[in-house]
Write a protein that binds this ligand. Structure first.
Ligand SMILES: [Zn+2]
Ligand SMILES: [Zn+2]
Length: 163
Protein backbone atom coordinates (compact mmCIF):
# COMPACT_ATOMS: atom_id res chain seq x y z
CA UNK A 1 0.00 0.00 0.00
CA UNK A 2 1.44 3.44 -0.95
CA UNK A 3 2.65 5.45 1.96
CA UNK A 4 0.37 8.41 1.23
CA UNK A 5 -2.75 6.26 1.53
CA UNK A 6 -4.50 7.23 4.69
CA UNK A 7 -5.58 4.38 6.86
CA UNK A 8 -9.20 4.65 7.73
CA UNK A 9 -10.43 4.53 11.27
CA UNK A 10 -11.12 0.82 11.29
CA UNK A 11 -8.10 -0.27 9.29
CA UNK A 12 -5.89 1.35 11.85
CA UNK A 13 -7.26 -0.99 14.47
CA UNK A 14 -7.16 -4.08 12.30
CA UNK A 15 -4.72 -6.73 13.42
CA UNK A 16 -2.41 -8.64 11.09
CA UNK A 17 -5.06 -11.37 10.94
CA UNK A 18 -7.47 -8.90 9.37
CA UNK A 19 -9.87 -8.83 12.27
CA UNK A 20 -10.35 -6.14 14.84
CA UNK A 21 -12.76 -5.39 17.59
CA UNK A 22 -14.73 -3.16 15.22
CA UNK A 23 -14.75 -5.10 12.01
CA UNK A 24 -12.83 -6.57 9.14
CA UNK A 25 -12.49 -6.15 5.42
CA UNK A 26 -14.02 -8.95 3.37
CA UNK A 27 -11.32 -10.84 1.43
CA UNK A 28 -13.74 -11.63 -1.35
CA UNK A 29 -15.82 -8.50 -2.08
CA UNK A 30 -13.71 -5.99 -0.13
CA UNK A 31 -16.70 -4.75 1.86
CA UNK A 32 -16.14 -3.44 5.36
CA UNK A 33 -17.89 -5.79 7.77
CA UNK A 34 -18.79 -4.44 11.20
CA UNK A 35 -18.50 -7.09 13.89
CA UNK A 36 -20.10 -5.09 16.68
CA UNK A 37 -22.92 -7.13 18.14
CA UNK A 38 -25.24 -4.09 18.11
CA UNK A 39 -25.07 -4.07 14.31
CA UNK A 40 -24.82 -7.74 13.38
CA UNK A 41 -27.00 -9.10 16.16
CA UNK A 42 -24.59 -12.01 16.60
CA UNK A 43 -21.42 -12.70 18.50
CA UNK A 44 -18.18 -13.72 16.85
CA UNK A 45 -19.20 -12.65 13.38
CA UNK A 46 -16.98 -14.15 10.72
CA UNK A 47 -18.89 -13.72 7.51
CA UNK A 48 -19.61 -10.83 5.18
CA UNK A 49 -23.26 -9.66 4.89
CA UNK A 50 -22.67 -8.69 1.28
CA UNK A 51 -21.26 -11.88 -0.30
CA UNK A 52 -21.69 -14.21 2.74
CA UNK A 53 -18.08 -15.38 2.51
CA UNK A 54 -16.16 -15.99 5.68
CA UNK A 55 -12.67 -16.78 6.87
CA UNK A 56 -11.40 -19.78 8.74
CA UNK A 57 -10.73 -18.07 12.06
CA UNK A 58 -12.03 -20.52 14.62
CA UNK A 59 -10.55 -23.90 15.41
CA UNK A 60 -12.57 -25.86 17.95
CA UNK A 61 -15.49 -23.59 18.70
CA UNK A 62 -17.04 -20.34 17.50
CA UNK A 63 -15.11 -17.33 18.63
CA UNK A 64 -11.96 -19.08 19.78
CA UNK A 65 -10.00 -17.49 16.91
CA UNK A 66 -7.39 -20.23 17.21
CA UNK A 67 -7.33 -21.46 13.63
CA UNK A 68 -4.01 -21.18 11.87
CA UNK A 69 -5.71 -21.61 8.51
CA UNK A 70 -7.29 -18.18 7.93
CA UNK A 71 -8.30 -19.11 4.37
CA UNK A 72 -11.49 -17.88 2.73
CA UNK A 73 -14.59 -19.92 3.51
CA UNK A 74 -17.36 -19.97 0.94
CA UNK A 75 -21.03 -20.47 1.80
CA UNK A 76 -22.13 -23.87 0.54
CA UNK A 77 -25.68 -24.04 1.82
CA UNK A 78 -28.19 -23.33 4.51
CA UNK A 79 -29.21 -25.34 7.51
CA UNK A 80 -31.70 -24.79 10.30
CA UNK A 81 -31.73 -25.23 14.02
CA UNK A 82 -35.15 -26.26 15.24
CA UNK A 83 -36.61 -25.33 18.54
CA UNK A 84 -40.06 -25.96 19.90
CA UNK A 85 -41.97 -22.81 20.57
CA UNK A 86 -44.73 -23.79 22.93
CA UNK A 87 -46.49 -20.47 22.54
CA UNK A 88 -46.63 -20.41 18.78
CA UNK A 89 -47.58 -24.11 18.68
CA UNK A 90 -45.35 -24.50 15.63
CA UNK A 91 -41.78 -25.51 15.10
CA UNK A 92 -39.60 -22.46 15.14
CA UNK A 93 -36.27 -22.54 13.44
CA UNK A 94 -33.22 -20.41 13.10
CA UNK A 95 -31.57 -20.29 9.71
CA UNK A 96 -27.88 -21.12 9.68
CA UNK A 97 -25.19 -20.61 7.08
CA UNK A 98 -22.91 -23.52 6.27
CA UNK A 99 -19.41 -22.52 5.18
CA UNK A 100 -16.62 -24.63 3.78
CA UNK A 101 -12.98 -23.64 3.89
CA UNK A 102 -11.37 -23.29 0.47
CA UNK A 103 -8.05 -24.48 1.86
CA UNK A 104 -8.59 -27.26 4.40
CA UNK A 105 -12.21 -28.14 3.61
CA UNK A 106 -13.50 -27.67 7.14
CA UNK A 107 -17.21 -27.02 7.45
CA UNK A 108 -18.67 -24.61 9.92
CA UNK A 109 -22.14 -23.49 10.86
CA UNK A 110 -22.81 -19.85 11.47
CA UNK A 111 -25.75 -17.87 12.68
CA UNK A 112 -27.15 -15.47 10.14
CA UNK A 113 -26.57 -11.86 11.09
CA UNK A 114 -29.25 -9.18 11.16
CA UNK A 115 -27.69 -7.31 8.26
CA UNK A 116 -26.98 -10.25 5.96
CA UNK A 117 -28.45 -9.63 2.52
CA UNK A 118 -31.70 -11.63 2.19
CA UNK A 119 -31.35 -11.75 -1.59
CA UNK A 120 -27.91 -13.33 -1.27
CA UNK A 121 -29.27 -15.90 1.16
CA UNK A 122 -32.06 -16.69 -1.28
CA UNK A 123 -29.58 -17.00 -4.10
CA UNK A 124 -27.35 -19.27 -2.04
CA UNK A 125 -30.30 -21.48 -1.21
CA UNK A 126 -31.37 -21.81 -4.82
CA UNK A 127 -27.80 -22.55 -5.94
CA UNK A 128 -27.14 -24.99 -3.14
CA UNK A 129 -30.19 -27.16 -3.77
CA UNK A 130 -28.58 -28.15 -7.09
CA UNK A 131 -25.73 -29.91 -5.32
CA UNK A 132 -27.19 -30.46 -1.87
CA UNK A 133 -27.51 -34.25 -2.25
CA UNK A 134 -23.85 -34.76 -3.14
CA UNK A 135 -22.79 -32.28 -0.50
CA UNK A 136 -24.89 -33.87 2.20
CA UNK A 137 -23.34 -37.26 1.43
CA UNK A 138 -19.84 -35.84 1.65
CA UNK A 139 -20.51 -34.22 5.00
CA UNK A 140 -19.63 -36.60 7.78
CA UNK A 141 -21.40 -34.64 10.45
CA UNK A 142 -24.84 -33.95 11.78
CA UNK A 143 -25.25 -30.83 9.67
CA UNK A 144 -28.44 -31.19 7.68
CA UNK A 145 -28.57 -28.97 4.66
CA UNK A 146 -31.85 -27.53 3.50
CA UNK A 147 -33.27 -28.98 0.32
CA UNK A 148 -35.84 -27.95 -2.26
CA UNK A 149 -38.74 -28.96 -0.03
CA UNK A 150 -37.60 -26.38 2.53
CA UNK A 151 -38.21 -23.44 0.18
CA UNK A 152 -41.24 -22.30 2.18
CA UNK A 153 -39.00 -22.04 5.20
CA UNK A 154 -36.58 -19.75 3.43
CA UNK A 155 -39.40 -17.47 2.39
CA UNK A 156 -40.77 -17.37 5.89
CA UNK A 157 -37.43 -16.84 7.57
CA UNK A 158 -36.07 -14.24 5.18
CA UNK A 159 -39.35 -12.39 5.17
CA UNK A 160 -38.89 -12.10 8.90
CA UNK A 161 -35.44 -10.55 8.62
CA UNK A 162 -36.91 -7.14 7.93
CA UNK A 163 -36.40 -7.29 4.16
ZN1 LIG B 1 -17.88 -10.02 1.09
ZN1 LIG C 1 -9.30 -23.85 6.68
Amino acid sequence: MPRENKHSHWEWRTSHAGHSFFGFKCRVCQAYVPTLEEISGVQNRNHCPNCLCSRHMDWMEAGDRLSACKAVMYPVGLSIKWSHNKYARVLDGELLLVHQCTDCGKLSINRIAADDRPDMLQELFHTSIEWVDQLQMSIKSDIHLLTKKDAWLIDRQLGGLGG
